[in-house]
Design a protein around this ligand. Structure first.
Ligand SMILES: [Zn+2]
Length: 634
């Protein structure tokens, strides 16, 4: 027994020591093949890295003609996913095939067929961690094809609309032996394979039916970015690789001060991970950079610097590299060798929350995106001119009306727009880099608006909130109660709005007590466009008088401005201005909400006016007209 054990042990040692001499090791298990039309890259994914790291290093591309095609063989490989044949229409690539070419020895072959006049000499082949990448070329397409380069929407990292925007490929056909209608579960498998090419897509089953899928609407494809280089360059960091780079919103960490840029959908070459590099090899700064595979599908750049907010990300014209540099050190003349102009801008409202702006350029643009809590900024470094009048006219009264352009000496054009902290920004760059598409998805309040629109009939509804009521008198002076004035004015505003065709809902219609929570709940359930609360002010001192309009959330400020403007126009009293206040009802409502303090009950003169027909009429008219102007502008 002991002897047998000894022999087995010896045999194992023998195998481990000499096996590579006699055999090629475990065959590479090829899972699947995907074609990413956005960057014209074919991905072949394998189940695990090859046992011999050099196994994939000498794959040779063989060129053939009639038809114009290439093929390459992967030796010692078995296809455990399905055999594949993808046929493309309206593309340089006509067909891609993946099959087990031989079984003894095991060889997997990939054949790619092109248009007759397509130059196949520039095709490159890479192997990364057992995955094989074929880079075909920069595709010949116009600027209506966009790649995401900046995305704050971290919830869904899968770029579902990549193919949907494409005019490039209209159809992919997966042919097989029979005409049986493909079951939905198989379709789901294909979909999943496209969505996540590094996961095993199936247990190796084949699809023995024909399916012709319009991938522009059905199949989703994931862009990948393989980072194989990061270098110090001119005091900054140059990250480059294969495929389309996308960044997330930059953020900062303290102790030590760091700038963090995440690259979703990126895979990092193992050799370059977690190595710290000095950004100033000449010793002019102490800043360092590190890049790591932060998550399975996300790379992270961390720059340690005394002034982390000085760093800006600059996107290359081909969308395949990112240059992160201290803005003080930036030499703008080095960024591009071409000059570009803004040809045209386009605005489009996608839905009540989502608005799109496209900037179209005369030649490829080099740019930087800087997002702060309150603004979105673009530096268009090689842009030297634009037609301001034309742009102002196009932006008009759209969501992008506050988008401003300014020509800065040496730097180029700076474009900026105020936005809310919670707005979600997405920026896409056309493949020819002659267009940028900016999409802003507005904050929560618009979700409500959308809900209202979905309901159909109700379009412009206003919730009016008469302050106090019932046992809650509000401020009282000389037998005059705040609760009575607020209800009176509210009912007047309601009747004006209704006479103009607007819908209204009142948190109270009579002299009853309604809690603040109930007022908010009522409004939320009504899903109005806006919420307007009416109150009367009071002070210990008799002297203060005048009108204040309160708002809390930034998205309510426009409404406050417009209504206050009308109050000042109609009512002859002191202008106490806009006030940012955390009143319960305007803080907790999710639509634009304001609270008007229509005058001081504690001031004798103003109190007498407040109960006069003239003042009541003017106040109600002003509030109603303010509301109407605001709703019309939206
Ligand atoms: Zn009050």
């Amino acid at each position: 027994m002991k002897r047998i054990f000894f022999l087995i042990t010896l045999f194992i040692i023998f195998i481990q020591t000499f096996l590579p001499v006699f055999a090629e090791g475990e065959p590479l298990k090829i899972m699947s093949l995907h074609y990413d039309d956005s960057s014209s890259i074919v991905y072949l994914t394998s189940k695990e890295p090859p046992s011999d790291p050099k196994a994939l290093s000498d794959i040779k591309i063989v060129k053939l003609s009639n038809p114009n095609r290439i093929y390459f063989d992967i030796e010692n490989a078995v296809l455990i996913g399905e055999k594949k044949q993808l046929i493309f229409e309206k593309s340089n690539v006509k067909e891609i095939r993946l099959a087990q070419f031989e079984t003894n020895p095991d060889i997997v072959r990939v054949v790619i067929t092109f248009e007759e006049d397509f130059d196949t000499s520039k095709i490159k082949l890479f192997s990364i961690d057992g995955n094989i990448i074929v880079q075909i070329s920069k595709p010949q397409i116009g600027n209506d094809y966009f790649n995401t380069i900046y995305d704050e929407n971290t919830v869904n990292p899968i770029y579902s609309n990549i193919v949907a925007n494409s005019q490039f490929i209209q159809k992919v056909t997966i042919p097989a032996s029979s005409q049986v209608k493909i079951p939905a579960s198989v379709m789901d498998d294909i979909q999943r394979a496209f969505e996540n090419s590094t996961l095993p897509n199936t247990d190796g089953k084949t699809y023995d039916s024909t399916v012709s899928v319009d991938i522009s609407s059905k199949l989703k494809l994931r862009t990948k970015y393989f980072i194989d280089q990061y270098l110090p360059k001119d005091g900054g960091l140059l990250v480059s690789g294969l495929g389309q780079i996308t960044t997330a919103k930059m953020f900062y960490l303290k102790e030590p001060n760091r700038t963090v840029i995440d690259l979703p959908n990126a895979y990092l070459e193992k050799d370059i991970r977690n190595k710290e590099i000095n950004l100033c090899p000449d010793g002019s700064c102490k800043d360092t950079a590190k890049i790591g595979q932060f998550e399975y599908n996300k790379a992270r750049i961390v720059i340690t610097s005394d002034k982390p907010d000085k760093y800006m990300p600059i996107y290359s014209q081909d969308g395949q590299s990112l240059f992160v540099i201290d803005s003080d050190k930036l030499d703008h003349t080095q960024l591009a060798n071409n000059i570009s102009n803004i040809n045209k801008v386009f605005v489009r409202k996608i839905d009540s929350r989502t608005n799109e702006l496209i900037l179209s350029f005369s030649s490829p643009v080099v740019h930087s995106i800087l997002r702060t809590d309150n603004s979105l900024n673009f530096f268009l470094f090689n842009v030297k001119s634009y037609n301001e009048m034309d742009i102002i006219k196009t932006l008009g009264n759209s969501y992008y009306k506050q988008f401003t352009l300014s020509l800065l000496p040496k730097i180029g054009v700076r474009a900026a727009m105020p936005i809310n902290k919670d707005d979600i920004v997405k920026v896409e760059q056309s493949l020819d880099s002659k267009a940028l598409k900016i999409t802003i998805i507005r904050t929560q309040q618009q979700t409500k608006t959308e809900k209202v629109l979905k309901k159909g009939a109700i379009k412009d509804k206003v919730v009016l909130d008469a302050g106090h009521g019932g046992s809650d008198y509000g401020a009282i002076r000389e037998g005059i109660n705040e609760k009575d004035i607020t209800l009176d004015i509210t009912q007047r505003v309601e009747s004006i709005l209704r006479s103009k065709g607007y819908k209204t809902a009142l948190t109270r219609k009579k002299d009853t007590y309604v809690s603040l929570e109930d007022r908010v709940t009522f409004s939320e359930e009504e899903t109005p466009e806006i919420f307007v609360s009416i109150h009367v002010n009071s002070a210990v001192s008799e002297s203060p008088s005048g009108i204040e309009t309160h708002y809390y959330h930034d998205y309510s400020k426009d409404l406050a401005k417009v209504v206050h403007k009308h109050l000042m126009k109609e009512v002859d009293t002191n202008d106490r201005g806009l006030v940012k206040s955390k009143f319960y009802v305007i803080n907790h409502t999710t639509v634009p909400a304001i609270l008007c303090e229509i005058g001081f009950i504690s001031n004798d003169k103003e109190r007498n006016e407040l109960v006069s027909e003239k003042r009541k009429k003017a106040t109600a008219k002003a509030i109603a007209e303010g509301i109407i102007e605001y709703l019309k502008d939206k």
